[in-house]
Design a protein around this ligand. Structure first.
Ligand code: ADE
Ligand code: ZN
Length: 344
């Protein structure tokens, strides 16, 4: 078996995946046409999927969000997103989605939930893929709205809505501003993660851990600028959900083979990393290939990649009994896959 096939079949978790960023150009074109959405000038819709910064990406991301309006749209994009995860060897997914960006088009929160939870049920029935949902706070709407958002999430409880995230652009929206929202999330029994240190400073990573009480950190790359914080994170083994492909477009680390790439530095420092695809439709990547890129371009060994896959279980918001049995099962499966690579 070749390495690519083994890495594709390797059981894995996906914990940093944005539903709307998973929408591919063809589906975006079809939904935009369905809702007569006005788009910027372009030849092919795929041409719109070109950006060189987080801010540029988020403009198009918001347009994609505007194209998803009806329950059936949410169900479709959720199914397509999770089907690709299953094809990448994912056994468990925690999926972000961006309710605020759909409110702009007048979509009601229960409509979104019906579609997304419906798509999650469909893929579970068809492919056995387990998933849970994380509504994400749009930090660009400010701290007061963040508190209201958390209260809205808490007012619509569901066993598969398990926590909150914090995304969009860190610049101008420091993590420390969201203490009240995260305190409310904790009080409602919601798990907590946050984008931090993607384009913003290490202080955002520190604040996400110390002030927001996050259980894991999304991206976190700028932690490498603060050696004391790196040491603390190595000691606590808080998990970082890193996303190799999107670093090449949204961060200052554009080359996965560079010796100073943040993910390489984080791994070398003993931080607990797990691998994710972030926005696979909009950056034309997939989860399995994220591992392949870390192997081929960053030169990470198969044993490191196995450890990262298993870190996904530790970082997941699932019960401890499931963690123990998945760790045992996945570990044995991965060993058998990698043995067949080595064997030829
Ligand atoms: N929303 C979707 N992808 C994101 C990213 N990489 N950073 C911030 N917000 C996002
Ligand atoms: Zn993200």
């Amino acid at each position: 078996m070749d390495v690519e096939t083994a890495l594709r079949q390797m059981p894995k978790a996906e914990l940093h995946l944005h539903l709307e960023g998973a929408v591919d150009a063809a589906t975006f074109a079809s939904l935009a046409a369905k809702h007569s959405l006005e788009l910027p000038p372009h030849d092919e819709v795929a041409d719109l999927y070109q950006y060189d910064s987080l801010a540029d990406f988020l403009l198009i991301y918001s347009l994609v969000c505007r194209s998803i309006q009806e329950e059936a749209d949410f169900r479709r994009v959720t199914y397509e997103c999770l089907e690709r995860c299953a094809n990448s060897g994912a056994r468990y997914v925690e999926l972000f989605f961006s309710p605020e960006s759909h409110f702009e088009m007048g979509v009601e929160y229960p409509t979104m939930l019906a579609g997304v939870l419906g798509g999650m049920a469909d893929i579970k029935a068809d492919r056995g893929l387990e998933s849970n949902l994380i509504p994400a706070i749009n930090r660009e709407l400010g701290p007061a709205r963040a508190v209201e958002f958390v209260e809205m999430v808490a007012a619509h409880p569901h066993p598969q809505i398990i926590g909150v995230g914090l995304d969009f652009n860190e610049i101008g929206f420091p993590s420390e501003d969201y203490v009240d929202a995260y305190r409310a999330a904790a009080a409602h029994g919601l798990h907590r993660t946050s984008h931090a240190g993607e384009v913003g400073p290490a202080d955002n990573v520190r604040a996400a851990i110390e002030l927001l009480d996050c259980e894991r950190i999304d991206h976190g790359y700028h932690v490498v600028d603060d050696p004391d914080l790196v040491a603390r994170c190595a000691e606590s083994q808080i998990a970082f959900t890193v996303c190799p492909t999107t670093t090449g477009y949204t961060t200052i680390w554009r080359d996965l083979s560079a010796p100073d790439h943040a993910i390489r530095q984080m791994d070398a420092a003993g931080l607990k990393l797990m691998v994710n695809s972030d926005d696979p439709g909009m950056f034309v990547c997939d989860l399995a290939n994220e591992y392949v890129r870390l192997h081929r371009e960053m030169g990470l060994s198969l044993s490191t990649l196995k450890e990262m896959a298993l870190n996904g279980i530790d970082a997941a918001w699932i019960d401890d009994t499931t963690k123990v049995s998945w760790r045992r099962e996945w570990s044995a499966e991965i060993d058998a896959l990698f043995a067949s690579v080595n064997g030829g």
